[in-house]
Design a protein around this ligand. Sequence first.
Ligand code: RM4
Ligand code: MN
Ligand code: MN
Length: 426
Amino acid sequence: MKIKEEHILDFNKASLETHNDSFDFLSSKLSKNGHDVQGIISRLADFQVAIPSWALGAGGTRFGRFSFFGEPSSLEQKIEDVGVLHSLTQTAGAVSLHIPWDIPSDYNAIKEKADALDIKFDAVNSNTFQDQKNAKETYKYGSLSNTSQAVREQAIQHNLDVIKIGDKLGSKALTVWLADGSCFPGQNNFQTAFQNTQDSLIDIYKGLPDDWKMLVEYKPYEPNFYSTVIQDWGASLMLANGCGDKAYTLVDLGHHLPNSNIEQIVSILQLKGKLGGFHFNDSKYGDDDLTVGSIKPYALFLIFNELVYGMANNPQNPDLAWMIDASHNVKDPLEDLIQSLEAIQEAYAKALLIDQAALRAAQIDNDVVKCQEILQGAYRTDVRPLLERARLGRGGALSPIQAYRSLDVRNSLIKERGKNTVATGL
Ligand code: RM4
Ligand code: MN
Ligand code: MN
């Protein structure tokens, strides 16, 4: 399914006047306060976030899975779904593949399809948290950290294969997330597990093309419940530093223990030039993989404040690989992703409204109250007309979620693909 531009234009007509009114009102207010409204709009339009190929079907929990029907059953169809998201939102111009769930059978055909929909291939993800069919060795007790050299070699080879697949598609980064760890005290020797992981990562790093990055993700628990080998950003940073300049830490918002100060982590990693990638989601308890901004939108805004500061002041840090990493149990996955994309843009737009010079001056004066006023003044602004204008300028929908519903996308997908198709992924 492909959404036609004229359908979006048609849909936009009904609310164009309301949009223009609210945009003019906000824009004149912001301009009077010294904001460069056009500059903000073009930064919003440029901000593209990758959609993970495994998030286009229902996620489910270990207790059950409830489909939304019409799920994409091939990589081609997954790319078409990302195309739907991108044509409505104009902010989902990339896809992130998980291997082996999404190995292309015909590389040229996939590249052509993605090109036609204006979608790029972002970081590729390896999977050593599940045993693959006919695999010789098992990852039951870990992969890159395993005590067995044969298992480590198999896991290293898998990562090297993933790089080759990504290279054929134009990807420029490998994301390594390890489930390795232990479920019970005494099960693992922490030092051996860490050292094995470092050595294995170095072997993978050696196979990285010159213009590639390796992104090392951390997570404190799950699926192991006593210890995780790469438990936090410190462990990730040590491993990245142990590999070299092309290795970076990746921050996934759901991979922190409750109340961690994620914005501070993001800030310091950028200062050190070591923040390479970002996975967006939201959570109440752990790695809940909920819709971005659905639980802690203010925390997301504070994180974006640091990202905006870093992007402006830390040339030592490279451009980041942005990706949504969420799972959908009770929502239509495409609607959920549209909501996540909107929440990301909203937090970014609000962060762009922070008067960084005034904040800096207030910090130097130790005017704590003013610092808070500056942050919250930006946060309380309803920036949605700016998001609408950015989308409109690129041919997107004024309201992607309403357009998705009024164009009856899910039913068209069901008609096209049938009801009981199942997407690969979690
Ligand atoms: C992990 C982690 C990875 C993702 C898998 C599916 O918790 O967030 O980034 O690839 O889930
Ligand atoms: Mn992740
Ligand atoms: Mn996760």
